[in-house]
Design a binder for this molecule. Structure first.
Ligand code: PMP
Length: 407
C-alpha cells in the first residue's frame, strides 16, 4: 500500500509552520529531535486538564487516575519495544540519563581494576563520558572498536577487542552522524559469549521502529521520548529486572524507599528504586501516546518511504560538486552528514535556514568520531517518515544555490 505522507503530515501541526521570509518549514533535523503529533499534544493536555495529580502517594481519585495513566505508560513502553519477560522499564529524563544510570549504578559497583568496557568509535558523548567517569572511579579500562571507511562497524576489530576482561559492551544501535545501523543482535551474542553484559543506546534506532528487545537480546536499553515523537524530558531505561534489583540506588528521595529511619534506609525494588522524587508524569503519558501513534503506522511502508527519501537526498547532495557524504553503510538510517569543500557548515546552514530549511551542524556530540573522520564537524540532514520527496528536491536546489554563493 502507498504510504500516504500528506495524510500523516496533517497529524503534525509544526510541519505547517512558516519560518524565515514566510517559507514553509522543511524540518530535516529529526535526529536531534522529532516533531509531535496531535495525539501526543492532546494526551499531555488532557492529562493536565482532567487527571493531573501526583502519583503513588494519595488515595484520592485524581491521584489514582494519574497513577494508573503513568503505570499504563510504563506497560506501553515495555510492550512497544517487545521487552522480554523479566525486563522492567525505569522512566528517566532520556537516553543520557539512562546511560548515566547504568554507568554510575551498575558500573561503579561492579567494575574493578583490570576490567574493560567496550565502546565503538561512532558513539555519542552520552555513551562515552559516563563510562570515562566510571573507568576513572573503578580503575577499569575503555577499549574502542573501530569503524570501516563506509561508516560500518569493523566487526573483526570488535571481536579482537572483546575478551574475558570485557565486563560490558555499550553500543549505539544506530549512529546519529553516519546513520549506520549496527548488527546489535550479532554483537550482543558475541558479547554474551565472552561473558559481558550489553547496553544498547537506542536513541536513534527507536524512532525508526528498529528495536525489538526480545530479538536483540541485550541487557540494558536506553531510549528518549523526544526522538520518538513524544515530549522532551522523558525516556526510559529498559533492563533486566534481576540486574536492576541488584544495583544500588542512583538518586535518593521520595517514592524509592521502603523504610527510612535515622538508623538506616531500605529501598524499593525496580523500577521505583530508580525513580526518586516526582517523575515527569505528563512526559511519560505523552511518550506512551507517541508510541501508540507509531504502533498505528505501517512500519514497513514508513521504512520504505524513508529509504526512498534517503536515496533521493544522498543522490541529490552527491550531484553537487565539492560535496562529501560521511557514512554510506548498507541499510543506514535516513541521516546524511556531509561537507561542502571550502565552506563552513554553519554558513551552509545559515543559507538553508534563510530558505526555511532546518538542519544541524557541528560535531553532533561525537567529537571522537570527528577525530576519526579527520574533520571538525558536518552538516547533517536527518529525515523522518513525515518528510516528502518535494522537500528533498527543494533542499537539494537550495543547497546547490548555497554552494554557488559559497564557492
Ligand atoms: N545517543 C545518541 C546516538 C543520540 O543521537 C543522542 C541524542 N543526540 C543521545 C544518545 C542522547 O539523547 P538525549 O539527548 O535524548 O538524552
Amino acid at each position: 500500500m502507498e504510504f500516504d505522507v500528506e495524510k500523516i503530515r496533517k497529524d503534525f501541526p509544526a510541519l505547517s509552520e512558516r519560518t524565515n521570509g514566510g517559507n514553509t518549514l522543511i524540518y530535516f533535523d529529526n535526529a536531534a529531535s522529532a516533531q509531535k503529533p496531535l495525539s501526543v499534544l492532546e494526551a499531555v493536555s488532557n492529562f493536565y486538564r482532567h487527571d493531573y495529580s501526583n502519583i503513588h502517594r494519595s488515595a484520592h481519585d485524581l491521584s489514582m487516575r494519574a497513577t494508573a495513566a503513568y503505570e499504563n505508560a510504563r506497560k506501553k513502553v515495555l510492550g512497544f519495544f517487545s521487552a522480554p519477560p523479566g525486563f522492567e522499564a525505569v522512566f528517566t529524563r532520556g537516553t543520557t540519563e539512562s546511560l548515566n544510570l547504568i554507568a554510575q549504578s551498575w558500573a561503579q559497583s561492579n567494575l574493578r581494576r583490570g576490567d574493560e568496557i567496550l565502546l565503538t568509535e561512532m558513539e555519542h558523548h552520552a555513551n562515552i563520558v559516563p563510562w570515562q567517569i566510571a573507568a576513572q572511579k573503578t580503575g577499569a579500562k575503555i577499549s574502542v572498536a573501530k569503524i570501516l571507511p563506509d561508516g560500518s562497524l569493523n566487526i573483526e576489530d570488535f571481536k579482537e577487542k572483546l575478551s574475558g576482561k570485557t565486563k560490558i559492551v555499550s553500543i549505539a544501535h544506530a549512529s546519529n552522524v553516519l546513520g549506520t545501523v549496527n548488527p546489535v543482535k550479532l554483537l550482543s551474542g558475541l558479547a554474551h559469549s565472552a561473558g559481558a553484559l550489553v547496553s544498547i543506546d537506542a536513541a536513534q534506532s527507536s524512532p525508526h521502529m528498529l528495536d525489538n528487545l526480545s530479538d536483540i537480546g541485550a541487557d540494558f536499553y536506553s531510549v528518549s521520548s523526544h526522538k520518538c515523537f513524544g515530549p522532551t524530558g522523558c525516556g526510559a531505561l529498559i533492563a533486566r529486572r534481576d540486574l536492576l534489583d541488584a544495583m544500588p540506588p542512583y538518586q535518593c528521595g521520595g517514592d524509592m524507599i521502603e523504610n527510612v529511619s535515622w538508623e538506616g534506609t531500605t529501598f524499593r525494588k525496580s523500577p521505583e528504586r530508580f525513580e526518586a522524587g516526582t517523575p515527569n508524569i505528563a512526559g511519560a503519558i505523552g511518550f506512551a501516546a507517541a508510541l501508540d501513534y507509531l504502533k498505528n503506522l505501517d512500519a514497513a511502508a514508513a521504512g520504505k518511504h524513508e529509504k526512498n527519501l534517503l536515496i533521493r537526498l544522498s543522490d541529490g547532495i552527491s550531484s553537487i560538486g565539492g560535496t562529501r557524504i560521511y557514512g554510506n553503510a548498507q541499510g543506514k538510517l535516513p541521516i546524511v552528514s556531509f561537507n561542502l569543500s571550502g565552506a563552513h557548515p554553519n554558513d551552509i546552514s545559515a543559507l538553508l535556514n534563510a530558505g526555511g530549511i532546518a538542519i544541524r551542524t557541528g560535531h553532533h556530540c561525537a567529537e571522537p568520531l570527528m577525530e576519526t573522520l579527520g574533520i571538525r564537524g558536518t552538516c547533517r540532514a536527518s529525515l523522518a517518515f513525515y518528510n516528502t520527496k518535494e522537500e528533498v528536491d527543494i533542499f537539494v536546489e537550495k543547497l546547490a544555490h548555497a554552494a554557488k554563493i559559497l564557492a
